[in-house]
Ligand binder design. Structure first.
Ligand code: ADP
Length: 300
């Protein structure tokens, strides 16, 4: 069983030709309301990829709460442990350019109110893998990491948006998943190439993470574990229209593939295909493919 403890957001998405410069006002092409949040996206990705997934998180007492919960449950994610907090749900104001890049402003809302005591001990005890990001309070993440260690569940941590990880928390992480920005922010090593990713990844391993996965956007990803040879998985060539949730799709699909017994190289290829499909579609949760879609993409 897979537990994802993390954020649940409504993404308010606007499309523009180019991003505005500071002080500039431009017209968008209209707003879409799309369920997102890194936690919820990763939960949906793992569920659609075939995983048995339970979400732990918080929604507000506002009109966004119900659509956020039903977006999860319609995609097979168990939402019985999601709590409600006074105030608004998490909101993400997202702008997507014609080049397919995104800019995101987060308003954390109820995500910022998820406390360690909101995490049911029973859920952690039943889990094989626990997936965390940085859109809920660090205190809650740390509690889940420590509890997972005593329950022997594997901790997958995606420190996004990036913030420093206390030195004594690295050894609690079984798999640290970072994109180029996060890898650089944590390791202090600029990451643009596979070689940079290997250096940054080794630095993060030396701090105590058991394995590290650096995603490199359109280039692919690099997986490092112990003293073994790094595994580079090139991305698939596709026409990207919206890279929102590329990393989330990758993580969810990778975790689900591992839970279904695929070995690491096969799970990496599966996740690479899942995220390639996601970037060809608009939106966060709406862009995440099913296991069937991933398998037929790989068979092409
Ligand atoms: P994040 O979304 O967290 O910034 P990345 O941009 O590194 O993460 O993307 C995660 C994964 O998604 C990559 O490792 C790659 O497999 C896939 N991906 C991202 N962008 C593209 C693209 N333009 N074409 C094909 N695959 C992509």
């Amino acid at each position: 069983r897979i537990i994802v403890a993390g954020s649940i957001n409504m993404d308010l998405v606007n499309h523009v030709k180019e991003f505005p410069k500071p002080g500039e006002t431009i017209h968008g092409r209209g707003v879409d309301y799309l369920p997102g949040g890194k936690g919820a996206n990763q939960a949906v990705a793992a569920s659609l990829a075939g995983g048995d997934v339970t979400m732990i998180g918080a929604v507000g007492e506002d009109s966004f709460a119900e659509p956020l919960l039903s977006s999860l449950s319609e995609r097979g994610v168990a939402t019985g442990s999601v709590v409600r907090k006074p105030g608004t749900s998490g909101l993400a104001f997202i702008t997507v350019s014609d080049a397919g890049e995104n800019q995101i402003i987060l308003s954390e809302g109820s995500n910022g109110k998820l406390r360690p005591e909101d995490v049911p001990a029973k859920q952690l005890a039943d889990a094989d893998v626990i997936v965390l990001q940085n859109e809920i309070p660090w205190e809650t993440n740390l509690h889940v990491m420590q509890a997972s260690r005593s329950e022997r569940a594997k901790v997958v941590y995606n420190p996004a948006p990036v913030r420093q990880i206390p030195a004594d928390a690295y050894p609690l992480i079984d798999l640290l998943v970072v994109n180029e920005t996060e890898a650089a922010g944590l390791s202090g090593i600029e990451v643009a190439s596979q070689q940079d990713a290997a250096r940054a990844g080794r630095e993060l391993l030396s701090r105590g993470a058991r394995s590290v996965l650096v995603t490199l956007g359109a280039k692919g990803s690099l997986y490092l574990e112990g003293d073994g040879q790094p595994i580079f998985t090139p991305s698939f060539r596709v026409r990207a229209v919206d890279t929102t949730a590329a990393g989330d799709t990758f993580i969810g699909a990778f975790v689900a593939a591992g839970a279904q017994g695929l070995d690491t190289p096969a799970a990496l290829r599966f996740a690479t295909a899942a995220s390639a499909i996601a970037v060809t579609r608009e939106g966060a949760q709406a862009s995440i493919p099913t296991r069937r879609e991933i398998e037929s993409f790989l068979a092409e």
